[in-house]
Design a protein around this ligand. Structure first.
Ligand code: URA
Length: 433
């Protein structure tokens, strides 16, 4: 087989066989196929697409390129959640403790933030002492004992995807639904959980800008997962505006803690409860939505869900006192109010601009190697649908020295106004099963 023939085949719109896809992935990982040929192929895929069989075979080849976690020694039902990435997305920090307190097991490998999107690992590291690098043995022990662990990738998971994703990032070939779906699913399948909920973000701050594209991605993810025998569904959720009221790291963890205490922002709480409810239903842990929501509310009201987070923090070397004493989190030096320069109803608040502003303050990374300042971020004071007068505080920048002027202007420009009343979008758009 010659790579050039396979590039020509895809360029002509023909489907690649399993053997051809295996040949490509094996030889790309071991260095026999150079980046320039692989980028020609990914560009041809961007124009011609991948059919269902190709998506399945590409996922399988990437999955089998590295280690896979075998969770079968853990009693009970292991569940996993994935978000396609957004601004202010601390959902895992709430959903994982809730479902774990209900009796499901969460053995979760998370990622770091890049660009305008945050990552769960960075957020967790704002808890003093928190260790995201457990050995596989300690990871399993913790899940068996307390039913929850969130760690970074210690195993060599999907090296093919790592190499291919880095190439796609610099060759303008990220945005193809088949490539995105096989990239995400290869990693999720390698993490071993049997029941998976994918939060597919839609809108300004997300990969998928339209509901139509998000539905296509959701269907591709679910159909790949099912072909691998997994229990999977995708929930489409709104990412036109930032999620909740905080974007950053330490401030997002505080918001997650407040939500587990029952004082979270309404839209964020709705999303967390909905995702938790889906887990309880798909695993037959609860029979009806009513039963699931009742159980979730009980776990929040009784403090059981918050206690799960506390246990996880303790087991992973963090200081559990942060739950009660927020002054233990890294502290920023300055709080700068962003003031409205006009009156009106807020009709749009651009998630992307808020995410980029937080990154400029130091809360995110432009490049993989950059350090993150865990203390900085943005507090959203006014949201879509709110009425504001000139001089009102729209948002607060939690800042040190970096990026203040640029972030201030970006946050201000992220707000769009109208004279007419506005109804905010529902956070839950659709579910694909
Ligand atoms: N996230 C992934 O993991 N892979 C993609 O291709 C896009 C988003």
């Amino acid at each position: 087989m010659r790579m050039v023939d396979l590039i020509l085949k895809k360029k002509a719109g023909e489907a690649l066989s399993k053997e051809e896809i295996d040949f490509i992935i094996t030889n790309y990982v071991n260095g026999n196929i150079p980046d320039y040929q692989m980028s020609a192929l990914t560009m041809a895929i961007c124009f011609q697409g991948l059919n269902d069989d190709e998506q399945f075979n590409l996922t399988k080849a990437m999955l089998e390129s590295g280690d896979q976690l075998d969770l079968s020694s853990i009693d009970g039902i292991c569940v996993d959640k994935h978000s396609t990435g957004g601004v202010g997305d601390k959902t895992s920090l709430v959903v994982a403790p809730i479902v774990s307190s209900c009796g499901l097991k969460i053995a979760k490998m998370s990622g770091r933030g890049l660009g305008h999107t945050g990552g769960t690992l960075d957020k967790l590291e704002s808890i003093p002492g928190f260790n995201i690098s457990l050995s596989t043995e300690d990871f399993f022990k913790q899940v068996k004992e307390i039913g929850i662990a969130i760690v970074g990738q210690t195993l060599n998971i999907t090296p093919a995807d790592k190499k291919l994703y880095a190439l796609r990032d610099v060759t303008g070939t990220i945005e193809n639904i088949g490539l995105i779906a096989s990239s995400i699913m290869s990693k999720k399948l390698a993490s071993g959980a049997h029941s998976i909920v994918i939060d597919v973000k839609v809108g300004d701050g997300a990969f998928m800008k339209t509901i139509e594209d998000a539905k296509k991605l959701a269907s591709a993810l679910v159909s790949i997962g099912k072909r691998f025998g997994r229990n999977i569904e995708a929930v489409l959720t709104d990412m036109d505006s930032p999620l909740g009221e905080n974007v950053g790291n330490a401030n997002e963890v505080i918001e997650a803690i407040e939500t587990l205490k029952g004082h979270g922002p309404a839209t964020f709480e709705r999303l967390c409860k909905k995702l938790s409810c889906e887990f309880l239903l798909m695993t037959n842990y609860c029979k009806t939505e009513e039963e699931a929501y009742k159980l979730i509310d009980e776990k929040i009201t009784s403090g059981a869900a918050l206690n799960k987070l506390k246990e996880m923090i303790k087991w992973q070397g963090g200081d559990p006192k942060v739950i009660e004493d927020y002054s233990l989190f890294p502290q920023q030096k300055k709080e700068i109010k962003v003031l409205s320069v006009q009156d009106g109803y807020i009709k749009r608040l651009e998630a992307l601009e808020i995410g980029v502003s937080a990154m400029l303050l130091g809360a995110g990374r432009e490049n993989k190697e950059d350090n993150v300042d865990l203390s900085v971020g943005i507090k959203i004071c006014k949201k879509v649908g709110d009425y504001v007068s000139k001089g009102d505080t729209l948002a607060i920048l939690y800042a040190n020295e970096k990026g203040i002027d640029e972030a201030y202007n970006k946050v201000l420009n992220a707000y769009h106004f109208t004279n007419d009343k506005v109804k905010a979008n529902d956070i839950i758009i659709d579910i694909v099963k």
